[in-house]
Design a protein. Structure first.
Length: 109
């Protein structure tokens, strides 16, 4: 399943459903297939997402080179693990643009 985040403030951000739901939970929202982040909710969502990104970066920095080079479980062809912060940055940018322009962010399948 694919979930698309949209706002009149910037371009769409498209994610796989499992990643999107995890990020929604991180931001304090229900991991539903569709919803809205109101303009009033954006500052708190941004701060939570930034905190999760910082935590993930610290976790990765503490890993050994061997641990970082491991492949994603079940991946074929030795695909490297994509971190939470790498997946979250496009959504964070959308949220920040939406806050600057005073526009909500909606998502749906």
């Amino acid at each position: 399943m694919i979930i698309t985040f949209k706002s009149a403030a910037a371009g769409d951000v498209i994610m796989f459903g499992d990643v999107a739901k995890r990020l929604l939970q991180t931001m304090g929202k229900e991991a539903a297939e569709q919803g809205i982040l109101t303009v009033e909710q954006l500052p708190a969502a941004i701060e939570r997402l930034k905190a999760a990104i910082a935590e993930d970066k610290a976790r990765i920095a503490a890993m050994t080179e061997e641990q970082r080079a491991q492949s994603e479980p079940g991946a074929t062809g030795g695909r490297l693990v994509v971190s939470l912060y790498q997946r979250a940055v496009p959504l964070l940018e959308l949220l920040e643009w939406a806050r600057k322009k005073g526009k909500p962010v909606v998502w749906g399948v």
